[in-house]
Design a protein around this ligand. Sequence first.
Ligand code: ZN
Ligand code: ZN
Length: 96
Amino acid sequence: MATERLLLLKRRPDPVVVSNVEDDDDQKWGRRRIRCPRCAWEPDRDDLWACLCLHSWNTFDTGGRCPACGRQWTETQCLRCKGWSPHADWYGGEEI
Ligand SMILES: [Zn+2]
Ligand SMILES: [Zn+2]
C-alpha cells in the first residue's frame, strides 16, 4: 500500500459551469499557500490529479483524498518537476 502512488494526469477539466461552490473554494485556496516542496511550483485550481479509480480532481481540494473512491493519498506528484512529496509538505507556507 505504501508503494501506491497518484497517477499523473495533466489535462483541462471538462467545461462544467460551477456556481455556488465557487465561493468556498476561493476561501480555501486564498488562505493556504500551496507549493511544491521541491521546486516551489504553485498548482493552479485547474490542475488535475488522477486516482487509480481513474477519477480526476484537484487533490488539494480534498487534502489528497479521492472524492470518488475515498482513497487517501499520502504523497502528491508535482506536475512541473515530476517529483513526489508528502502531501502535507505542500502546505509548508514558508517563503523561500
Ligand atoms: Zn479514487
Ligand atoms: Zn515541483
